[in-house]
Design a protein around this ligand. Structure first.
Ligand SMILES: NC(=O)c1ccc[n+]([C@@H]2O[C@H](COP(=O)([O-])OP(=O)(O)OC[C@H]3O[C@@H](n4cnc5c(N)ncnc54)[C@H](O)[C@@H]3O)[C@@H](O)[C@H]2O)c1
Length: 431
């Protein structure tokens, strides 16, 4: 099929590359010329495991091209995905200006029947708004489809290639049929393709993300109760997870959720519920717990050090989660800013997010190319992101490098007994 994808960010790039991989002719469009130039050279502007192999192969086989020319991409395609950002607006709602702007541009360029797909995460009712905008600009026939994306950054290619499910909101059978055919190659192992109305499809995405955020905040509260009663959250988590109605995934406490999706999607769901006079009470608590949890390690540090003024703190992990360079809403940002405000000197390391980090901290922190280098002379280490490479470090070397061997483990990647035996003062979450 002939496909266009508008927006080549964490979602659009993966969607475009994976659709090309299954044999479609894909034109990826972005307004960012530097990004398009980089992609034409076969380089990915983002870190995402597996993406560069897909880019190189499909580019060289002529199925994947990159352009800033949206009109050309529209003319050459039947299915056009809108995968631009829907950031948080000032009132908490999803800001639809990019989606609507692209819809208008698509409409103006149409030269025949097109299926226009909302891939971006958009509030209930957006498919109707997109349809109205397009109808005003063109006389050509078209269908608007809602096709929310459930991929996880860090495993995005795998998630798209082997989805748990594909959700297609379509009121028009012709568009639904095309979308089902496009996704068939990815669901051969039996994952369901769910065709439904647009409103339900749009809400599915927010419901899933809000549920995941709720799980995180719930476990963080359980961890906090574990701390006051001397229980071990790992034991509690395993006991809970063995219950098939609950399941073991996503029950890990930590320093709060971040990223470009959960915070804004939780806010947007509350906002568009409130717009219809529905008060989404649980999500208010989910957010409040998350805000408090982002300060958990600071509270532990305040309890340990008489003052943070003049202390040197090493931070391992800056990205909002492992296997991505994305720092949008990362818990590391408020944490490090608070350390600096309290007068600490901060040394940081992340395997992939160092370039991004410079946008947030400038010259206020010291950046290191190796994790151990960040430890030299440190009064304490804070682990904020659970990158695989932090899990089995050389503890003896760490002890030798640090001024005082104190570890604040925001992701519970080490074991309290082992750390004690190794001579560390060790703080973690809920244990
Ligand atoms: N990041 C995720 O893990 C994830 C997962 C599922 C859904 N989503 C949703 O997908 C959408 C995109 O998210 P993202 O993380 O890929 O965003 P992103 O910011 O990484 O990428 C958006 C891209 O769109 C481009 N763009 C913006 N306006 C444009 C225009 N007018 N014409 C052409 N290009 C334009 C930008 O230059 C950028 O490259 C959001 O709605 C998000 O909520 C994201």
């Amino acid at each position: 099929m002939k496909v266009a994808v508008v927006g080549t960010g964490y979602v659009g790039l993966v969607v475009g590359a994976c659709l090309a991989e299954s044999g479609n002719d894909v034109m990826c469009v972005d307004k960012d010329e530097a990004k398009v130039r980089m992609l034409r050279r076969g380089k990915s502007p983002i870190y995402e495991p597996g993406i560069e192999d897909l880019l190189r192969r499909n580019k060289s086989e002529g199925r994947l091209v990159f352009t800033t020319d949206l009109a050309k991409a529209v003319r050459q395609s039947t299915i056009i995905f809108i995968a631009v950002g829907t950031p948080q607006g000032e009132d908490g709602s999803a800001d639809l200006q990019h989606v609507m702007g692209v819809a208008r541009q698509i409409a103006k360029a149409m030269n025949g029947y097109k299926v226009i797909v909302d891939k971006s995460t958009v509030p209930v009712g957006t498919a109707l708004k997109v349809r109205d905008v397009i109808r005003r600009e063109t006389t050509h026939p078209f269908s608007v489809v809602s096709n929310p994306e459930f991929l996880k950054q860090g495993a995005a290619v795998d998630d798209f290639m082997k989805p748990d499910r594909v959700v297609i909101g379509a009121e028009d059978p012709r568009a639904a049929e095309l979308m089902v055919a496009l996704h068939k190659p990815f669901t051969r192992t039996g994952a369901p393709i769910m065709v439904m109305d647009c409103a339900s499809a749009e809400l599915s995405k927010y419901a899933a993300n809000a549920m995941l955020a709720t799980k995180i905040s719930f476990m963080n509260e359980i961890a906090n109760v574990c701390e006051v009663y001397g229980a071990d959250v790992d034991r509690v988590r395993q006991a809970m997870g063995a219950d098939r109605r609950i399941g073991p995934a996503f029950l890990f406490p930590g320093v709060g959720y971040g990223g470009s999706c959960f915070p804004k999607d939780v806010k947007a769901l509350m906002k568009f519920s409130a717009d219809k006079k529905y008060d989404f009470k649980i999500l208010k608590a989910v957010e409040a717990v998350n805000e408090s949890q982002k300060r958990l390690l600071l509270r532990k540090m305040d309890g340990h050090f008489s003052t943070l003024k003049g202390k040197t703190i090493a931070v391992w992990g800056l990205a909002f989660k492992p296997k991505t360079d994305d720092m949008r809403e990362a818990p590391a940002i408020p944490f490090i800013k608070a350390l600096l405000e309290k007068g600490a000197t901060v040394h940081v390391y992340d395997p992939e997010a160092m370039t991004m980090a410079k946008n947030f901290f400038g010259t206020a922190v010291t950046y290191h190319k190796k994790n151990y280098d960040a430890l030299k002379g440190a009064d304490g280490l804070a682990v904020i992101t659970e990158w695989q490479e932090f899990r089995e470090p050389d503890f003896q070397r760490m002890r030798k490098l640090m001024k005082t061997p104190v570890v604040f483990d925001g992701r519970n990647i080490y074991q309290p007994e082992q750390m004690k035996e190794l001579g560390f003062v060790y703080y973690s979450v809920g244990r």
